[in-house]
Design a protein around this ligand. Structure first.
Ligand code: 8X3
Length: 239
């Protein structure tokens, strides 16, 4: 489980532990992971930077059989229109959301094939399937992640590894919008203002748990999940 220190990643680590999995929670921020691991005996913490080949290789070397890999690390940076966007932000989003999936998937594939059969889950986004103004850097990266998932399923056909994308819309987590809006808490709060029941990290953990707990011959390709109040990235009912 990458990106496990907060939000969807932490919720999914907890949920999969409750489903009986031994969960390796991996992320950059070790303190947060240690807290998570201390609160749930079936979770262990590993420091991981998905943008570092060495860090990913270290993770792979520490694992034996792996039943499920959840590629969850990623996120958005900035809401500028293309005419003002910073290429460095785009590069970073591509590095985490796309190359990160590539690196960790490559490194863990042998371990996923060693056991009874593996499952690769990618936390995508509706941004991987639609575009919206101010979102091009993120939508380009998430479209990239979707392309990786779809290609991987073709390339692994005939091998015992399932491939699933879970693509959430508006999920109210502590950090997603805060990071995207560069630490501006007021702007981050505005994203969810007046929205009745945005999704929670637990809602997405529930979808991931559903996909991975189907029988081994059942491959859920894609789950697109939005709150009832959201019909499109830019079409959100607010009171
Ligand atoms: C997050 C969903 O609508 O901000 O991945 O692109 S959205």
């Amino acid at each position: 489980m990458t990106g496990a220190s907060s939000g969807i990643g932490a919720a999914t680590a907890r949920r999969l532990a409750a489903e009986g999995y031994e969960v390796v929670a991996a992320a950059r921020r070790r303190e947060r992971l240690d807290e998570l691991a201390a609160s749930v005996p079936a979770i262990s913490a590993v420091t991981l930077d998905v943008t570092s080949a060495e860090s990913v290789a270290e993770l792979a070397a520490s694992l034996d059989d792996v039943a499920v890999l959840v590629n969850n690390a990623g996120g958005a940076l900035g809401v500028e229109p293309i005419e003002r966007a910073d290429p460095a932000d785009w590069r970073q989003m591509y590095e985490t959301n796309v190359i990160g999936v590539l690196r960790v998937t490559q490194a863990l594939l042998p371990a996923l094939e060693r056991g009874a059969g593996g499952h690769i889950v990618v936390t995508g986004s509706i941004a991987g399937h639609l575009v919206y103004e101010g979102g091009a850097g993120y939508t380009a990266a998430k479209h990239g992640a979707t392309a990786v998932v779809e290609t991987l399923r073709l390339e692994l056909n005939g091998r015992p590894v399932r491939v699933t994308e879970v693509a959430p819309g508006m999920v109210h987590t502590e950090e997603f919008s805060l990071v995207r809006l560069r630490g501006d808490q007021t702007a981050a709060d505005r994203v969810y203002e007046g929205v009745k029941n945005p999704l929670t990290a637990d809602d997405i953990a529930d979808c991931i748990a559903f996909a991975v707990t189907r029988p081994a011959h059942v491959n859920i390709d894609l789950l697109v999940v939005k709150p009832l109040a959201q019909a499109a990235p830019y079409k959100v009912a607010r009171s």
